[in-house]
Design a protein around this ligand. Structure first.
Ligand SMILES: [Zn+2]
Length: 345
């Protein structure tokens, strides 16, 4: 079966690739419909590694997927052939200590699609555990289903923040994840979200949503702006989504006394942190790594219409054009948020 294979750093090919096709009693076989391209897929393509994860042999890319169930294992009760689904790409060890605690996202044994040495889902068919496969309501499209994975990070950030109704939030960084976090924060009860970036096209896209104010960092000083719109008090919750060192150093200047900071962005290298600035406000710090137990809630919010991710899908290319789609994602056009690949239609 054909797959989009990262042969080595900088080299993609669309070619036949052997993946395990055996279906266990708790698995489902899925015909892949749509796969979104993630920043991590692009990073493996351009750098051949992310932190300790290094591509040493050919690896199939892709982890943001939706599709149709083709076949279910003998013990699967909640899905049947023909169901439209999306998949959670990280599979933990069900017997691990982390899984028992409900924090399976930080299980050291988790196997995550398109993270070496685990293959991804940019191929017409995959076998996946039913427990990590979620039925899509009729009014949620395959394209939206493939957006559940990045939106789940926003959901995790909103959960970790412990948002209280009416909170005012700041999101630093308007990349795809910053946008997802802003929308999840609003859906999770924030009254309004202030989002900052240097890229005006990105701010224009996310600023179209009601409840979101944008700040262009090239023109406006973010701490002064936040102070001016919060009565010199600060934001209840600050979501750091840029991973940029200056943004992280400036976090204490955005949060209110007793507020919360959620670290979502991942700096490539260790960065300085203003500990005393944080202490002086007794800020609570939370961190986010992927997500756990939020897929069903993410799907509910999309189906209810409270979260509309469709404006964030910038373009959809065919499977035959998968390499073109990746090169488009590498180009990082400022007006592109999410590029998707339609594998089967
Ligand atoms: Zn992703």
């Amino acid at each position: 079966m054909k797959a989009l294979v990262l042969e080595e750093k900088g080299k993609l090919s669309l070619r036949d690739f052997n993946l395990p096709r055996d279906i266990g009693p708790h698995d489902v076989r899925i015909k892949i419909h749509t796969v979104g391209i993630c920043g991590s897929d692009v990073h493996y393509y351009t750098h051949g590694k992310i932190g300790p994860f290094v591509v040493t042999e050919p690896m199939v890319l892709g982890h943001e997927a939706s599709g149709d169930v083709l076949e279910v294992g003998a013990e699967v009760a909640h899905l049947k052939p023909g169901d439209r689904v999306c998949m959670e790409p990280g599979i933990p060890d069900a017997n691990s200590r982390a899984s028992k605690l409900g924090i399976y996202n930080v299980d050291p044994a988790v196997r995550f699609w398109a993270t070496p040495p685990v293959h991804g889902c940019l191929t017409p068919e995959v076998v996946h555990p039913a427990a990590y496969t979620f039925k899509l309501p009729d009014n949620v499209s395959f394209a939206e289903g493939a957006m559940v994975e990045p939106f789940a990070i926003g959901m995790q950030a909103a959960v970790r923040a412990r948002i209280v109704p009416g909170d005012v939030a700041v999101v630093t960084g308007a990349g795809p994840i910053g946008m997802m976090v802003a929308l999840a924060a609003l859906a999770g009860g924030c009254a309004r979200v202030i989002i900052s970036d240097f890229s005006q096209p990105k701010l224009d896209i996310i600023g179209n949503y009601p409840g979101i104010q944008t700040v262009n960092l090239g023109q406006t000083d973010l701490p002064s702006f936040v102070a001016s719109v919060t009565g010199d008090w600060g934001a209840d919750v600050v979501f750091e989504c840029s991973g940029a060192a200056p943004a992280i150093l400036g976090l204490p200047g955005l949060a209110r006394p007793g507020g919360t900071i959620v670290l979502v962005g991942m700096p490539v290298d260790p960065v300085p942190v203003d500990i005393v600035g944080l202490q002086a406000r007794e800020v609570r710090i939370e961190t986010v790594f992927r997500y756990a137990n939020v897929y069903d809630r993410a799907i509910e919010l999309i189906a209810s219409g409270k979260v509309d991710l469709k404006p964030l899908i910038s373009d959809t290319l065919s499977f035959e054009n998968a390499i073109v789609a990746f090169d488009r994602a590498v180009a990082q056009r400022p007006e592109d948020v999410k590029i998707q690949i339609r594998v089967n239609s």
